[in-house]
Write a protein that binds this ligand. Structure first.
Ligand SMILES: [Zn+2]
Length: 294
């Protein structure tokens, strides 16, 4: 099935479905997901059109480790790094929030190679592969995930999101990058680089919020952008290699979090969690990836 990229009208309708009060109608036991019904303010014809379209609400997917891995590799092959870097700058300038997640997804996909699930054969569907960290089985709602990409969220911990992102990016219509987008991105990096030496990622997020350098971004969107910059090493750290540079097994990642003295379930995870103000911005990397200089 050929699925179109998400248009503005569909985006608006899905926002009404997923993020307005009172549209949860049921719970799907098999997929362990909330089922969203027709929102109160949406007329029958619009709801029917949405349900029959390319992004119907409650589009639940269940995919095993080996298939998800193959799907991520196939989707990644169709997205160029130039598009990833340009899209991320458009995401930071606020002109195209959709561009943010792909910096993370492509950095993670770059380290993956085909293999079968590795781990105890105990049938636990939520167990993660000891080699790559992909779960034995992933479940998600395709339309909700796609919507959230367009809404500007980015996160590094859910492999199914990497696939949804890379697969859709091949079809998404990216605006043309303009000088103003590059300038906004460079201004963001310069502001980060002005950090006091002991600044933590949490304090950095708050400082950027006050400086209003990321238009329309709330706390979690700001974290998404900083996480992405950590994934590619533009925000360096001294704990682990950037995801762009090397793969970590789940146990190596866990040990690195322990060494950092931080709970793995904290809001901020590695590699970003290992950044401190004194490390600033890796300008050499910023230049070869994004073409911006201090
Ligand atoms: Zn694996």
């Amino acid at each position: 099935m050929i699925v179109a990229s998400m248009d503005a009208q569909t985006f608006k309708r899905l926002k009404e479905v997923y993020y307005s009060k009172g549209s949860v109608s049921d719970y799907d036991l098999q997929h362990e997901r909330l089922v969203y019904g027709q929102p109160k303010g949406m007329v029958d014809a619009v709801w029917a059109e949405l349900c029959a379209g390319d992004h119907p609400p409650n589009d639940f997917r269940v995919v095993g480790h080996d298939q998800l891995l193959a799907d991520i590799l196939a989707a990644d092959a169709s997205v160029s790094w130039d598009a990833v870097f340009d899209g991320f700058m458009l995401g930071c300038s606020g002109r195209w929030p959709r561009g943010r997640q792909t910096l993370i997804s492509a950095a993670r996909a770059r380290q993956l190679t085909e293999h079968a699930f590795e781990g105890p054969d105990d049938g636990d569907p939520d167990r993660i592969c000891e080699r790559c960290g992909l779960p034995r089985r992933s479940r998600w709602d395709q339309s909700d995930e796609t919507f959230r990409l367009y809404w500007g969220y980015a996160w590094n911990e859910t492999p199914s999101t990497w696939w949804v992102d890379l697969d859709e990016r091949a079809r998404a219509e990216m605006p043309t990058l303009e000088d103003a987008d590059v300038e906004a991105f460079a201004a963001l990096l310069r502001a980060i680089d002005e950090a006091p030496p002991d600044e933590t990622p949490g304090r950095l997020e708050k400082r950027l919020g006050k400086a209003k350098l990321l238009p329309g971004a709330d706390k979690y969107r700001r974290y998404g952008i900083l996480i992405a910059l950590g994934e590619v090493g533009v925000l360096p750290n001294t704990s682990v290699p950037a995801s762009y540079d090397a793969a970590l097994t789940p146990s190596e990642r866990h040990a690195a979090h322990e060494a950092l003295g931080q709970s793995h379930r904290s809001d901020v995870v590695l590699p970003l969690a290992g950044w401190r103000g004194e490390l600033g911005v890796d300008w050499a990397r910023a230049e070869w990836m994004f073409g911006v200089a201090n």
